[in-house]
Design a protein around this ligand. Structure first.
Ligand code: AHM
Ligand code: MG
Length: 335
């Protein structure tokens, strides 16, 4: 059998970045290594004494679970030892981690934003979880502390982004702005192998994904769109199917493969939506756009939002192009 490993693929694509001297390739390799270690731990979660809540709350006030902490540690270790990352913004840390004080990473060029273990409330249930990452090039000269404006870049300034899904198989999907490629972990050799080259999201789908329990709290345009999805129409093959796992990575991975739409809009409980711009919405929006889809915050393209805070949230409507455009129509009608 012949296959291409993630490592081989990254080296092959290094020429796409004339300014890069292999640092980005090494950074992606480090992320791949962290993903493999986390995968190993996630898979034996039911066996080890690692299940359950860690007893502290993260900066969002949500219960943190042991595997969140473990995944966070693995990313931080891999990124700080690799020497290519100067700053880490993680869902699990109120403040970003500046690595420029460390001799190894002093001259590093890349800022990494991560959600180390997304969908962590699903861990105890043996339901798919994921990791999400987003990479920026720093704006100031290397060797000095990272300024917050370097971290709060637009999503369209991302150099690379990806996710890992720990599912029935483990996959790493990433983009460097030249299409999207997916790699499946072959446990027999411990390597991510190219299984989904040049991934494209279908222009239209038949699946909508939203936490419908919040229906009464949704803005009118979202309520209208849900009703539209449920209406009988043989031409557009409605009613659509509803699918909601509650793990953004898993819901969006399905959306990538078969088409569809995923929404986490503003609600009364979360006036800015629930999902975080820097390490959830932006990387996913970059990937979906690169695959031919679309991602909006409602009014605005996700990738054009100017971040003002590390942990800021944004509403999100993301997925197959034509389905997202339909939501836009309802939004405009309601203005
Ligand atoms: P987390 O980062 O704390 O795990 O929260 C993010 C998760 C997403 O994966 C998922 O789409 C969403 O929260 C589900 O939220 P809800 O339970 O409100 O539908
Ligand atoms: Mg999380």
């Amino acid at each position: 059998m012949s296959f291409k490993t993630l490592g081989q693929f990254i080296i092959e694509k290094q020429g796409d970045f004339p300014y890069a001297k292999g640092e980005l390739s090494r950074l992606l390799r480090d992320i791949g290594i962290a993903a493999k270690i986390i995968n190993y731990e996630v898979n034996k979660a039911g066996l080890a004494d690692i299940l359950g809540e860690h007893g502290v709350q993260n900066v969002q006030g949500e219960k943190q679970q042991k595997l969140d902490v473990y995944a966070d540690e693995q990313f931080i270790q891999a990124l700080s030892r690799g020497g290519e990352c100067c700053y880490i913004a993680s869902e699990e840390h109120e403040e970003g981690i500046d690595l420029t004080t460390q001799p190894y990473s002093k001259d590093a060029k890349y800022i990494v934003c991560i959600d180390p273990l997304d969908g962590s409330s699903n861990i105890d249930l043996n339901v798919s979880v994921g990791s999400i990452f987003s990479i920026y090039r720093r704006k100031e000269k290397e060797g000095q502390p990272v300024a917050i404006h370097e971290v709060l870049q637009y999503g369209h300034e991302q150099i690379a982004a990806g996710y890992v899904i720990y599912g029935s198989s483990t996959m790493l999907v990433y983009t460097t702005g030249k299409g999207v490629n997916g790699f499946t972990l072959d446990p027999s050799i411990g390597e991510f192998c190219l299984s989904h080259p040049d991934m494209k999201i279908p222009e239209e789908g038949k699946t909508y994904s939203i936490n419908e329990g919040n229906y009464l709290r949704f803005p009118q345009y979202v309520k209208d769109y849900i009703k539209y999805c449920q209406m009988e129409d043989p031409i557009s093959q409605r009613p659509y199917t509803s699918r909601y796992i509650g793990s953004m990575v898993a819901d969006l991975h399905r959306t990538m493969i078969i088409g569809g739409i995923f929404l986490y809009p503003e609600t009364q409980q979360y006036p800015q939506g629930k999902l975080r711009l820097l390490y959830e919405c932006n990387p996913m929006a970059f990937i979906i756009e690169q695959a031919g889809g679309k991602a909006l915050s409602g009014q605005e393209r996700i990738l054009d939002i100017q971040p003002t805070q590390l942990h800021q949230r944004s509403p999100i409507v993301i997925g197959s192009k034509k389905m997202v455009e339909k939501v836009e129509e309802f939004l405009m009608e309601n203005e």
